[in-house]
Design a protein around this ligand. Structure first.
Ligand SMILES: [Zn+2]
Length: 308
């Protein structure tokens, strides 16, 4: 970014490659939203607008994390729906001088105390060995957060209820954790990892990719741990792949806990999450139930499968 942005409002409006999956687009372009405003500020911009990341848009801005660089001015930044962002970009490309009046009601209310919700089914044989299943309780202020991460919360609560309702006891402890504040700094995940550092987590499983039909598990860990995941996951019927394993359990991963995340068809999730459109009507009951069935299944398998 050059000196031409000095005193201006910068618009980030990348042309999205047609045909790319919503998940791939999100992982590439959400970076502009997260770090773009401070880059613009470094070049002297007075504010930043970022085009919504999802491949489809019904004039609905898509919000999300912004990480200000502490060494740069904290300029105002806002998400702009795809239609308006592309319109401005077209005008600018034609040489039209675009004037934008930016009025924002956003404010930083500071930090307040909140809590993770933790429940467990104690293991009958090795209660000190913990298999964690987790999702996050918070959502962006727009929409209802039905897909992100209401679905994950239902997966965890219902998986726990399903196992408990059957009256069976797992060998290891199954612990359900609903993390606070994932979206705005991962405070719940960090606090959990710190508070439970001394405990023996054998695995942490996260569900935070919505209700789309379950397709696979993304896993991380040592070859030894991955071999155990492969064996334990087999009866659940979804393939296992190395990959990104979720935000809430990443502080546990940093402590060396092997992690796993449920990945389904994420197209609908990435279209609506972080937007006003993330409402309950987007959640298919059948797919939601398939998701909670596999979460219950993997929790049960990991809590019982012998370690190699
Ligand atoms: Zn989420």
């Amino acid at each position: 970014m050059g000196p031409q942005v000095k005193g201006k409002i910068v618009l980030f409006a990348p042309g999205l490659p047609p045909g790319a999956s919503a998940g791939a687009l999100y992982s590439i372009f959400s970076n502009l939203r997260t770090h773009g405003p401070s880059r613009a500020a470094a070049a002297g911009a007075v504010a930043a607008l970022v085009r919504s990341v999802p491949p489809v848009s019904l004039a609905t801005p898509h919000t999300g994390t912004l990480e200000y660089d502490p060494d740069k001015p904290r300029i105002p930044a806002a998400a702009l729906d795809a239609e308006h962002a592309d319109w401005i970009a077209r005008l600018a490309r034609r040489g039209v001088e675009v004037r934008v009046r930016l009025e924002m009601g956003a404010l930083d209310g500071g930090l307040v105390d909140t809590a993770n919700v933790v429940a467990e089914i104690r293991g009958a044989e090795k209660p000190e060995e913990i298999v964690l299943i987790g999702a996050h309780l918070d959502s962006w202020d727009v929409g209802q957060g039905a897909q992100d991460d209401g679905v994950g919360v239902i997966h965890v609560i219902e998986a726990m209820r399903l196992i408990r309702g059957l009256g069976v006891r797992p060998a290891r402890t199954i612990r359900g954790v609903l993390f606070a504040n994932e979206e705005h700094g991962l405070e719940g995940g960090k606090a959990y990892a710190l508070a439970h550092k001394g405990e023996r987590h054998l695995a942490a499983v996260e569900t935070d990719l919505g209700s789309g039909k379950p397709e696979r598990w993304n896993v991380s860990g040592s070859p030894h741990e991955l071999a155990w995941f492969l064996t334990a996951a087999k009866p659940v019927g979804l393939p296992v792949e190395l990959g990104w394993c979720g935000a809430d359990i990443s502080p546990l991963k940093d402590q060396g806990v092997p992690t796993m995340t449920l990945v389904g068809d994420v197209e609908r999730y990435f279209e609506v999450h972080h937007s006003e459109a993330d409402t309950l009507d987007k959640v298919e009951a059948q797919e939601l139930q398939e998701g909670l069935a596999v979460v219950a299944g993997i929790a049960w398998q990991l809590a019982n499968a012998p370690r190699p």
